[in-house]
Design a protein around this ligand. Structure first.
Ligand SMILES: [Zn+2]
Length: 149
């Protein structure tokens, strides 16, 4: 997946990648710095065996970090919830990345995960909103709305 990144934001992402070791604030930032440089991607979300990252051109890629089936290099991230949840998580660390998230339509409604402790940010990923915490109104069930229930 490649998201559209405005030129200024692309330059900003490239700068974050280049300065990643210097801007590390957590031990794991140092641990992953070599991969950030090698794969030219800003880490957005860390799964058990892979990290998903964002390149300056907007490409979302993943690389192996652990597990029984490591692979070299990067692989694409194509599932909507996979790249969307990565961007949501990344925007928690870098609010600048929120510009890459889909705009909330006026008719959107809060996802039913909101207020559920298991789906607080950083915990389980909600498969319905992918972490956005809202869903389009037309995605809601319309049971009984047509009067034929
Ligand atoms: Zn949700």
């Amino acid at each position: 997946m490649r998201v559209a990144v405005p030129p200024e934001l692309s330059a900003w992402i490239a700068a974050r990648i280049a300065s990643y070791p210097a801007e590390a604030t957590e031990p794991y930032h140092h641990w992953e710095a070599a991969a950030v440089g090698e794969f030219a991607a800003l880490p957005l979300i860390r799964h058990w065996f892979e990290t998903f990252g964002l390149r300056a051109d907007g490409e979302v890629v993943r690389w192996s970090t652990d597990g029984d089936a490591p692979y070299p290099g990067t692989q694409p991230v194509e599932g909507r919830c996979d790249w969307l949840s990565a961007l949501v998580e990344g925007a928690r660390r870098w609010p600048e990345l929120a510009a890459l998230l889909p705009a909330r339509p006026p008719a959107a409604v809060a996802c039913r995960c909101v207020g559920h402790p298991a789906f607080e940010p950083g915990k389980f990923l909600c498969p319905e909103c992918c972490g956005l915490r809202w869903v389009a109104a037309d995605a809601e069930p319309v049971a009984a709305a047509d009067g034929r229930a």
